[in-house]
Every structure is written in C-alpha cells, then in structure tokens.
Design a protein around this ligand. Structure first.
Ligand SMILES: C[S@@+](CC[C@H](N)C(=O)[O-])C[C@H]1O[C@@H](n2cnc3c(N)ncnc32)[C@H](O)[C@@H]1O
Length: 245
C-alpha cells in the first residue's frame, strides 16, 4: 500500500489541511474525560499517532506528554506546535517505550488500523504503557453502522500566500470487509500558481460493538462518553478504557 501523501511529501501543508485551532472544542471533551478518570494533577499522557499534534496542543497546558507517530514529517509539525513534548517515531501496533504513563490517547489516527488484529495490537501497546487503573481514550470517526457508503466534503484554508482547498471523497469498495477508502484532491495555489494533487488513504471500519468487545478482551473496563463533534451530527463516542487489575 502506498503511504498517504498527507503524512509524507505533503505533510508541510498539514496546518492548512487541518488548523490546530479547530480542535479546541473536541480537546475540551478529551480533557473532561481524562480529568474524570485521573483526577487533578499534572499527569503524563502518551499519544499514539499524534500526527501534527493539533488535538494534543490543547492538552499540554494541563498534562505532560509523550507522542509517537509513524511519520517523522508529521512529528515535525507537532514538534513545532508542542515544543515541550517528547516525540518518537514508531508504529502504534508495536512501539514499546519501556515506561508507563497515566493515560494513552489515540485520536483519529486509530482510523489507520484496518483489521481486528491491528486493533488488538494497538490495545496491547496501550496496556504495555499503563499500570492497572491507567486510562486509554480512543475516538473512532466512523462505525460500520454510521458510514453512509459514499460521502464527499470540501473546504478551503489560507496561510500567507497559500490557498489550500481540499475535496475528500470517501467510499466503500467492499462493504464485506473492515476497510473503506478516502480519496483526497488537493488544490494548492501558491503565489497565484495552482497545482492539483491526489492522495488515497485506506482506513478501518468496524461495527460499534467491536470497539468495546476488543477493549474488554484486551483487559480494559470500557465506558462510552458523549462525543458530539461531527459536523453532520452522526453518532460518535469517546471510548474510555480503564486497565483492570
Ligand atoms: C489524521 S493524522 C492525526 C492528526 C492528529 N489527530 C492531530 O491532532 O494533529 C493521522 C496520523 O496517524 C499516523 N499513523 C498512521 N498509522 C500509524 C501507525 N501504525 N502508527 C503510528 N502512527 C500512525 C499518520 O502518520 C498520521 O500522522
């Protein structure tokens, strides 16, 4: 499978694809979920698949953080935005940092887990970095039940002399498997000169119950918190797991 260009040769456009300030509302929900489980204090969180660190940037005032991502180009964005965070290149399925944290966070990067086996591996990674009572928080974008089959969405952002427009087309070539495909067309106008780029991402799609079931199987007690952040109003939840003794 080709690497998503958004996280490699086009990663320097990340804050135009997705500006950090757009994450304030959802990060407030993550903060509430973390505080309700961890209580007060400056806890240390580990984010797997931190990307540009946009969501994390709204949490670092309250928590110490360590971050992992497969893409060093994306970590470069997060290093700029979150200079106090310790960043590591690694795969969320296999990385082992050799230390424990109070919570493990996996935001929308969890979408890149394509099979139940991938999810089991990530939940093992979370377990390996937590003591009993430690917390994992995950926010899947879609469930098999909420995915409409085909979805198209466009937006534009500007920075300096760059106008960046994106059309995102999601479709499900095989409704029998646990993945769908998202195709991005980027219209990048720099100093008035337009270029058009294409990018294709394969992402995971699981029934809602699969998330709870695999987290429980991996040793976590699970609660589903409200997560009303989707522009189209679809059902979304924060899955909050607490590692059993
Ligand atoms: C949409 S971006 C995350 C954006 C992030 N939530 C933010 O707030 O900036 C998805 C990230 O997942 C990362 N990723 C995909 N597969 C991964 C894996 N197996 N292990 C670690 N990171 C992964 C990609 O490199 C990419 O940076």
């Amino acid at each position: 499978m080709n690497e998503p260009r958004m996280y490699h040769d086009l990663a320097h456009f990340w804050t135009l694809v997705s500006p950090p300030e757009d994450y304030a509302e959802e990060a407030a929900i993550w903060l509430d979920a973390l505080r309700s489980k961890l209580g007060p204090g400056r806890h240390h969180v580990l984010e797997l698949g931190v990307g540009g660190g946009n969501n994390l940037s709204h949490l670092t005032e309250e928590f110490d953080a360590t971050a992992v991502d497969l893409s060093d180009a994306m970590l470069e964005n997060s290093r700029k935005l979150n200079p106090g965070v310790d960043h590591h290149v690694g795969d969320m399925r296999t990385v082992r940092l050799g230390r424990k944290f109070d919570a493990v966070l996996i935001h929308d990067a969890i979408a890149y887990m394509l099979s139940e086996d991938d999810l089991r591996q990530v939940f093992s990674t979370a377990r390996a970095h937590l003591e009993p009572g430690g917390v994992v928080v995950i926010s899947p974008d879609w469930y098999r039940e909420t995915f409409p089959g085909t979805k198209i969405h466009s937006w534009t952002n500007n920075r300096g002399d760059i106008e960046f427009s994106c059309t995102e087309y999601a479709h499900d070539p095989d409704p029998e498997d646990t993945t769908f495909e998202t195709v991005f067309i980027y219209f990048i106008k720099e100093s008035g000169v337009l270029r058009v780029e294409q990018d294709r991402h394969t992402v995971g799609l699981f029934p809602k119950d699969t998330w709870s079931h695999l987290l429980i199987e991996s040793g976590f007690d699970v609660e589903l918190g409200p997560y009303p952040v989707a522009e189209d109003g679809r059902e979304m939840h924060l899955f909050v797991g607490v590692l059993r003794e």
